[in-house]
Design a binder for this molecule. Structure first.
Ligand code: SOE
Length: 405
C-alpha cells in the first residue's frame, strides 16, 4: 500500500515549522483518540514541530484505508515492519493490543524512530524490561520514548500534581482510587482480545488498574513499595463472535471460549512515605461507564478528582478555621491552569479527547527540546511491576508482596 491521500495538511502547526512525521499502528478506539491528538495539537498549541499524520497501519487493507480517510492520515500500510522502514516517518505511535507492543517498540527504536506506546506498556515485566532497555539505548542516539498514561493530562489532575508538589496537602496519609466500568456485566458479551491473557496481558488490572496506579503514583510523587490484592473472574466462559479473536478457532466448537484474565482487581498498597492507598478496578460495576475517581488526604488538606466531572477539582484546605472550612470546587478552566492558556475562555470546559491532544503537545515539545518525556518507558515498567505484584499477591491469597526493583 502506501499510496498517499491528496495532501490536506491535517495536523499542521503552520507550514513554516519543521514536521514531526507520525506513523501510527492500530486504528480502533485508541487509534481514533491518538489521531485526534495529532490532528489538533499543532492547531491549538504553538508547537516547535508540526505533527504530520503521515501513515496509519493495520492488517486489513480496506479497513486501514477507511481509517486513513476518516482520521486524516496521508497514507496507509498493512505491515508495521514496512511502516518502520519508511524514511519519511520520525515517530511510531503504537495503539495495538499489548501482545505486539514490545516487538514493535523495540524494532521502531532500533530503526531510529521516536516511540509513543499506549498503556499498559507491555503484557509482562520481561517485555517491559526489554522495551525500557531499548529506550535507554535509543536515548543515547537522541531518540525518545514515552508511554501513554493520558489521565495525567487532564488539566485538573495536572493541577492536583502542582498543588501537591507545592505542599498544599502536606504529608499524604491516604490515597483511594477507583476505576469502574460495566461493559462485562452481560454474560453474553462476546470474548474479545481484552479477555485473553496472551493478547491483553491481564484484564481490568492492566486496562484500568494500570491507569490508577500511574495516576496515584504521579500525584503522590512516589512509587508504591508493596501491595496486597484480590482478583476475580466472574464469568469464565463467553460466546465467540465470528472467530474474531486471534488463535481461538481450536476452542470454538461449543461457540464459546474461556476468559483468561481478571474481571476485577482490588488491592491495597503502601508508599515509602508511610501513606496508604486502596485501588479498585472492575468491569462489573453495573451502571458505571468510565468512572475514575481519586481522593488524596494529607495532613494539611485533601483533593478529590472525578473523571465524570473532569473540569473540576475538589479541594479542602485543612488549615482554614473549622467554622467555614469545607471542600470547595475549583473550576479548572482558567488560563493559569495547566494546558488551558491555549483553549477556550474560562468556564468552557474540555473533555476526554483533549487528554490526547495534551499528550501529543507534551511529546512534541520534549522531542523538539531533546529531553526525556514523562512518563518514560522506565515509568511504564515500574507500573508493570506493580501489576505483577498484584497478580502474585492475589495468587498467594492476599499476602503483602513487596515490589521488585
Ligand atoms: C477500555 O476499558 C478503556 O478504553 C481503556 O482501555 C482505556 O485506557 C480507558 O481510558 C477507557 O477504557
Amino acid at each position: 500500500m502506501g499510496q498517499p491521500n491528496p495532501p490536506e495538511g491535517a495536523g499542521e502547526a503552520g507550514p513554516d515549522k519543521p514536521p514531526l512525521r507520525v506513523g501510527m499502528v492500530g486504528y480502533a478506539f485508541m487509534g481514533a483518540a491518538h489521531s485526534q491528538g495529532w490532528r489538533t495539537a499543532g492547531r491549538v498549541f504553538d508547537l516547535p514541530l508540526r505533527p504530520a499524520l503521515t501513515a496509519i497501519c493495520g492488517r486489513d487493507p480496506a479497513a486501514v484505508r477507511a481509517a486513513a480517510d476518516r482520521h486524516g492520515w496521508a497514507s496507509a500500510e498493512t505491515d508495521w515492519r514496512a511502516l518502520i522502514e519508511r524514511d519519511d516517518i520520525d515517530l511510531v505511535d503504537i495503539c495495538t493490543p499489548g501482545d505486539s507492543h514490545a516487538e514493535i517498540a523495540v524494532a521502531a527504536l532500533a530503526a531510529g524512530k521516536h516511540v509513543l506506546c499506549e498503556k499498559p506498556l507491555a503484557n509482562t515485566v520481561e517485555e517491559a524490561q526489554a522495551m525500557t532497555g531499548a529506550a535507554q539505548e535509543a536515548l543515547g542516539r537522541g531518540r525518545l520514548a514515552m508511554v501513554g498514561f493520558n489521565y495525567r493530562r487532564v488539566p485538573a489532575t495536572a493541577l492536583a500534581r502542582r498543588m501537591i508538589a507545592d505542599g498544599k496537602l502536606g504529608s499524604l496519609r491516604h490515597i483511594r482510587v477507583t476505576y469502574l466500568q460495566d461493559w462485562l456485566v452481560d454474560p453474553e458479551f462476546p470474548l474479545t482480545w481484552r479477555l485473553r491473557k496472551e493478547l491483553a496481558g491481564s484484564g481490568a488490572l492492566g486496562d484500568l488498574g494500570a491507569h490508577i496506579v500511574d495516576l496515584a503514583q504521579y500525584l503522590a510523587g512516589e512509587q508504591l513499595s508493596g501491595v496486597s490484592a484480590l482478583t476475580e473472574t466472574f464469568v469464565r466462559e463467553r460466546p465467540l463472535s465470528g472467530g474474531s479473536v486471534k488463535g481461538l478457532s481450536a476452542v470454538s466448537a461449543g461457540g464459546t471460549g474461556p476468559v483468561t484474565v481478571d474481571d476485577a482487581a482490588l488491592f491495597t498498597g503502601r508508599f515509602p512515605s508511610g501513606a496508604l492507598a486502596s485501588f479498585e478496578a472492575t468491569r462489573y460495576a453495573t451502571g458505571r461507564k468510565n468512572a475514575l475517581r481519586i481522593e488524596l488526604n494529607g495532613e494539611r488538606g485533601s483533593l478529590a478528582f472525578d473523571l465524570e466531572r473532569l473540569n473540576e477539582l475538589s479541594y479542602h484546605d485543612g488549615t482554614e478555621p473549622a467554622t467555614h472550612a469545607g471542600f470547595r470546587r475549583i473550576l479548572v478552566t482558567e488560563p493559569e491552569h495547566p494546558y488551558l492558556d491555549a483553549w477556550w475562555p474560562p468556564g468552557h470546559g474540555l473533555g476526554y479527547e483533549h487528554t490526547f491532544v495534551h499528550q501529543a503537545r507534551d511529546l512534541v515539545r520534549a522531542i523538539a527540546e531533546g529531553r526525556q518525556p514523562d512518563p518514560s518507558f522506565a515509568d511504564g515498567l515500574q507500573v508493570q511491576r506493580v501489576l505483577a505484584a498484584v497478580e502474585e499477591s492475589a495468587e498467594k491469597n492476599s499476602v503483602y508482596t513487596p515490589i521488585a526493583v
